[in-house]
Design a protein around this ligand. Structure first.
Ligand code: FUB
Ligand code: ZN
Length: 638
């Protein structure tokens, strides 16, 4: 355990500050992303996505709900959870201001303006939600299943913590609003009150982090109470089942993540936070086992989670249809939040690889190059061409289709925005002997070890295009310490080059421990040659197919216009190779079967195969960027 007591004074920008765990996270003040793939995305997020989200929230009355005269009436616009989007946007703005590039003053002004509006909407007893409790509205907590009141409060608390840790202080006005709201929740849902839970977990995460920031124990106790209260079916029945609300089974009794994916993942992340702060190692192990099983049986190749459109839920084990993948962007963000907490608590580097997979294949896929449209769901097989959508129309259907400027349910964009703005917090940690690098991103790192020594690194990489990673020591005092590098599973044949020579390294954590000199370099060479990947045979939907991966990236076949990829077959005896435009495989398009009845004798459709020709695949995160297209990740073999 690195740290042992709540750090009530920690204001360095980082979203999660556990008081114990194997690893200590570094903050924005200690890790700066300086260039490359992720810096580009951070800059687009700052310049385009955050303003885009703000303008839609203004236009649709989501921000106005806090101030407009009709906020207090039944005329309020938007779904019950739109307050949470404003809070997530505030969180994104806070991390963005904390990143210290661009125009932090303009962001601070917006944060102040929104905070004033939010504070004005708060009731005298701390209750805060724009859809309930006022004249013409439904009564507070009259619809715990669908009302999202505590869910929204959870996002408010996370936003306030972000603000306080990025230049705010104990007297920050948003923090004051959050504390009043949290106090109100503790009053209304305390141990002696009716055993209510919210239909959407999230409050647990906010309460624990607020405890970590303020040291106020009742917030942690309340979060622990919410975790224990789940699973007792106190919410009303619904045709989605209680699993939709994560209320079908106590957290401690569940073997795998199930039900609505985002709800389940937020709850699991909150339960990890509670377990860490209360020293409940049984709970920690239980949640880790649930996540591990979900990763082993309920996760797409991209790291996406959720295979049911109807209730946005995990499917049963191995139910992972490519063309019905739901894989909501929010589920990706939530899975990163959970993996990160488990990484910090357990020190198990596997979780770093999970974060990497989701970052490159879900988060990077979600947002358009101009930052102004996004995928809500992430199919792995688009059969009909995606359509170009009008720039100024809100989309009502959110379960699929192309990147859209806005959806009626737009939880995903501000979620991705807050993650991207604070991304530098998810790269590096401190362990007992030194620094651990979990993600390779161009960055400058400057921090102190647990014994107080100042150390610094400069990381440069060509990832995801090429896997050369250079780590240069920029600060050290001449005494020994360790740099631990994650060698990904995908990097078979990786080599480490240090001042002592070159050697092969296998996947896992490589510890380089010595008295480094300033300027000394470590080079990690991660082979990124393209490879075929086969699915577990229990995934019926993709049996007989292969996918292509290269480094951390999943690739896909994409056809522009009306061309379809239905009859595509790939020769998996010929290894994929790098070409200028992507990765090339040998493939053929079989003649389509006869019209009228899509079944016949086995083998008839391929009796007279055409010769194979080269086919170029592109990174999955690039799909649907060049215009309407069809696409598939899983490729039937010849
Ligand atoms: O209910 C709020 C958000 O809307 C959920 O997290 C998403 O899955 C979407 O349903
Ligand atoms: Zn979402």
């Amino acid at each position: 355990m690195t740290v042992t007591s709540p750090d009530t004074t920690a204001v360095g920008g980082r979203p999660v500050v556990p008081s114990r765990g194997k690893l200590r996270p570094l903050g924005q003040d200690e890790v700066r992303i300086t260039g490359g793939f992720w810096r580009e995305r951070q800059d687009v997020n700052a310049a385009r996505t955050i303003p885009h989200a703000r303008s839609w929230m203004d236009r649709l009355g989501w921000t106005g709900a806090f101030t407009a005269p009709d906020a207090a009436s039944a005329d309020r616009r938007g779904r019950e959870f739109t307050d949470s989007e404003v809070y997530k946007l505030l969180e994104a703005m806070s991390w963005e201001a904390g990143r210290g590039v661009g125009a932090p003053d303009a962001l601070e002004a917006q944060i102040a303006e929104l905070t004033t509006a939010i504070a004005a909407a708060q009731a005298a007893d701390g209750y805060l939600h724009t859809a309930f409790g006022r004249a013409g509205q439904r009564a507070r907590y009259s619809d715990l299943a669908w009302g999202h009141e505590l869910y929204c409060t959870g996002h408010l608390l996370q936003a306030a913590v972000a603000k306080a840790r990025t230049g705010g202080d104990g007297a920050d006005p948003l923090l004051a609003v959050a504390r009043r709201a949290a106090d109100h929740v503790c009053e209304a849902f305390g141990p002696d009150d009716a055993p209510g839970v919210c239909g959407h977990p999230e409050i647990e995460l906010g309460l624990v982090e607020l405890f970590r920031l303020t040291g106020e124990r009742r917030y942690l106790d309340q979060a622990a109470l919410f975790v224990e209260r789940r699973g007792h079916r106190t919410l009303p029945p619904h045709h989605f089942g209680w699993s939709y609300f994560s209320d079908d089974q106590p957290v401690r009794q569940s073997a795998v993540l199930h039900g609505h994916a985002v709800r389940a993942l937020y709850l699991a992340a909150g339960a990890v936070d509670v377990a860490v702060e209360t020293g409940d190692d049984d709970l920690l192990r239980t949640v880790a086992a649930q996540f591990d099983r979900a990763l082993a049986r309920r996760t797409y190749l991209t790291g996406g989670m959720g295979s049911r459109h109807s209730d946005e839920a995990f499917g049963d084990d191995f139910v992972l249809p490519a063309d019905r993948a739901y894989s909501e962007t929010c589920a990706g963000v939530a899975a990163i939040m959970l993996a990160w907490r488990l990484l910090l608590a357990t020190g198990d580097g596997r979780y770093g690889e999970v974060v990497e997979r989701i970052l490159y294949n879900v988060v990077a896929t979600a947002i358009a190059d101009d930052g102004r449209s996004f995928f809500y769901a992430h199919t792995l097989h688009q059969r009909t061409p995606t359509a170009a959508l009008p720039r100024d129309e809100e989309q009502l259907g959110f379960g699929g289709g192309p990147r859209a400027p806005w959806f009626e349910v737009s939880c995903c964009l501000p979620n991705a925005a807050r993650l991207l703005a604070g991304l530098s917090c998810y790269l590096v940690t401190v362990d007992d002997t030194g620094l651990r690098l979990h993600q390779y991103v161009d960055s400058e790192i400057s921090t102190h070890l647990d014994d107080g020594r100042e150390v610094g690194l400069r990381v440069r990489t060509g990832l995801p295009d090429n896997g050369v990673v250079t780590v240069r020591v920029t600060k050290t005092d001449g005494r020994p310490w360790s740099i631990t590098l994650r060698v990904p599973q995908w990097a078979a044949g990786a080599e480490l080059v240090t001042t002592r020579g070159r050697r092969r390294v296998s996947s896992g954590d490589i510890v380089v421990y010595r008295a480094f000199a300033v300027g000394e370099e470590i080079r990690l060479e991660l082979p990124t040659r393209p490879r075929f990947t086969a699915p577990d045979p229990r995934i019926d939907a993709t049996r007989g197919c292969v996918a292509v991966e290269r480094g951390p990236l999943v690739y896909c076949a994409e056809a522009l216009g009306d061309d379809d990829l239905d009859t595509l077959r790939v020769d998996d005896t010929v290894p994929p190779v790098d070409v200028e435009a992507g990765v090339e495989v040998r493939a053929r398009f079989d003649a389509p079967g006869p019209d009228g009845w899509p079944y016949g004798s086995p083998g008839a459709a391929t009796a007279d195969p055409r010769p194979t020709t080269p086919l170029t695949l592109v990174p999955y995160h690039r799909w649907a960027r060049r215009g309407p297209s069809t696409m598939r990740v899983w490729l039937p073999t010849t």
